[in-house]
Design a protein around this ligand. Structure first.
Ligand SMILES: NC(=O)C1=CN([C@@H]2O[C@H](COP(=O)(O)OP(=O)(O)OC[C@H]3O[C@@H](n4cnc5c(N)ncnc54)[C@H](OP(=O)(O)O)[C@@H]3O)[C@@H](O)[C@H]2O)[C@H](O)CC1
Ligand SMILES: [K+]
Length: 489
């Protein structure tokens, strides 16, 4: 599913106008779509209160008010600012609406109301005023449901972060394509249930306006890149994944990665284990192979085996000089660099970026927020930048695919492609869950998938496994609940 930033949506509007599509017609369709949603989902409310802002979002609100009044609903409009100053389509909408707007201050929220939030949408430019903030709080205290037009007012459609206060909507109706702010947190929560209404801008125009190659993560993005298992495939033709274990007492994380890698189809998985942990790992594994590997020299010997097609390093490994040395040796081949593999470079991130820059972008970095801040402190601290832009900037700098974890995981490639993952159930945030994710991606890389597609597919499969395992899952449950890849091809 395509995502458009508010700027790209503006470009789509302009392209639509240039191709002769009437912009007021779009506003009317937008308003009627919101009214239809109100009638369908809030049938029992006593009256609808349209809060209308000074721009085209407000214009949509006047159309909603007219449409609801035509259907027999009791409707009032409360306008922010002077309605006589409305311009263009919003002015037309105001004068085609038979209901005279009252002031915003005159609205006192009552139980039984439905608030239609048409204050600000794509044009929000600064935090909401104190008066609007107080009204949002009063509406919240009364428990009045809110249906937001395009975006809950106060929320940035670009970043998913509120500029100050913002409405917490019950539902949001947006137009043509969702915006990043509908999927990134906390925006996703502030939107409530999201509806996308077709207001008649042709898809060719929507696509032409989409500069940034951003989508919601779904099988459509990576289905064609999935490894297909030919009936007679030899185990080596399905790839060989190497996973690096930590020392004795710290082997669980790598074992989880290894299990996930074999479950998602890698032909062979070998755990590379320091001598101190050999007995511990051997006591746990059956299908996974094991190899003693202590020093970087042992690693270089192992790398002479060209059939090793991908690696996972980081889970439980230890964030030390040895981790740096291993990552530097592994970067020539597709490798998932997770956890300690990332933190090991906290003092010298450029060392990692220079190493990764020597090769094609076939590695995947999987930082959570803390690890991201360690590796990209300046990008992490840029409050003007949303999570998508942060992941993109990090990916370009690191010459690797970056999977920036969280309940709204973002995957970005150095060429600008990006996807927001939205299928993770809340209970997926549990100890060891990230180790499983690293193993899934490693398993897909080992089977020859490109890094961006493997990371997107990995995040999606991880979310699916979490949903299938259900609430109360532990990370051990996840590999066994991975759907077969054939379910998506
Ligand atoms: N194709 C579509 O998606 C269509 C969308 N429509 C709707 O149009 C809005 C976007 O309309 P726009 O006029 O660009 O922007 P807004 O209505 O969201 O807001 C702009 C006005 O608000 C003022 N502003 C901004 N922030 C604040 C604030 N914090 N406090 C007070 N005033 C604010 C801004 O004033 P400036 O001084 O900054 O210029 C503008 O006056 C989109 O969201 C859809 O709902 C079309 O109707 C149909 C096609
Ligand atoms: K709004």
């Amino acid at each position: 599913m395509i995502l458009l930033t508010p700027d790209e949506m503006g470009a789509a509007d302009r392209l639509a106008a240039e191709s002769g599509i009437d912009s007021y017609g779009l506003m009317v369709k937008a308003g009627y779509a919101v009214a239809a949603s109100a009638l369908k989902h809030f049938a029992t409310v006593r009256r609808a209160i349209v809060l209308a802002g000074p721009g085209n979002n407000g214009g949509d609100g006047y159309v909603v008010a007219r449409a609801l009044a035509e259907s027999g609903m009791d409707v009032a409009i409360h306008a922010l600012g002077d309605p006589d100053k409305l311009k263009g389509d919003a002015r037309t909408a105001r004068f085609e609406c038979p209901i005279e707007p009252q002031s915003l201050e005159a609205y006192l929220p009552q139980a039984g109301d439905l608030v239609i939030d048409a204050l600000f949408g794509a044009g929000l430019a600064r935090p909401l005023s104190g008066a609007v903030t107080a009204l949002i709080e009063a509406i919240g205290r009364k428990g009045v449901p809110v249906l937001a037009v395009d975006l809950p007012s106060g929320l940035s459609g670009a970043t998913g972060a509120p500029l100050g206060a913002a409405f917490h909507a019950t539902r949001t109706v947006t137009f043509m394509a969702p915006k990043p702010g509908h999927y990134l947190l906390p925006g996703r929560d502030l939107c409530g249930v999201l509806e996308v209404a077709d207001i008649g801008i042709p898809m060719r125009i929507v696509r032409a306006a989409q500069g940034g190659k951003l989508s919601v993560n779904s099988p459509a993005l990576w289905r064609a890149a999935l490894p297909h298992s030919a009936a007679g495939a030899h185990k080596f033709s399905r790839g060989h994944l190497g996973v690096f274990s930590g020392p004795a007492g710290k082997t669980g994380a790598a074992r989880l990665s290894a299990m996930a890698g074999i479950r998602c189809g890698a032909g062979l998985v070998t755990l590379a284990v320091p001598a101190s942990a050999e007995a511990e790992v051997a006591a746990h594994q059956t299908a996974i192979m094991q190899r003693r590997l202590d020093e970087a020299d042992d690693l270089r010997d192992w790398l002479a085996d060209r059939r090793l097609s991908a690696f996972v390093i980081g889970p439980g490994f230890g964030a030390d000089a040895r981790a740096r040395e291993f990552v530097q040796a592994l970067a020539e081949r597709p490798t998932v660099i997770d956890a300690d593999g990332i933190s090991a470079f906290a003092e010298a991130p450029d060392e990692l970026f220079v190493t990764l820059g020597r090769f094609a972008p076939h590695c995947v970095l999987t930082p959570h927020q803390g690890e991201f801040s360690r590796l990209f402190p300046d990008i992490a601290a840029d409050d003007d930048c949303g999570k998508v832009e942060k992941a993109r900037a990090a990916s370009a700098r690191a010459h690797a695919v970056v999977l920036y974890k969280g309940a709204d995981t973002v995957i970005a490639a150095p060429d600008g492609r990006a996807a927001i993952n939205a299928n993770a159930p809340p209970w997926l945030a549990t100890a060891g869950s990230g180790d499983v994710l690293a193993g899934i991606i490693g398993g897909l890389l080992a089977q020859g998938m490109e890094a961006f597609e493997a990371a997107c597919a990995g995040a999606f499969l991880h979310g699916e496994a979490g949903s299938r395992a259900g609430e109360g899952l532990t990370a051990e449950d996840l590999p066994g609940h991975l759907p077969p890849l054939s379910a998506f091809s």
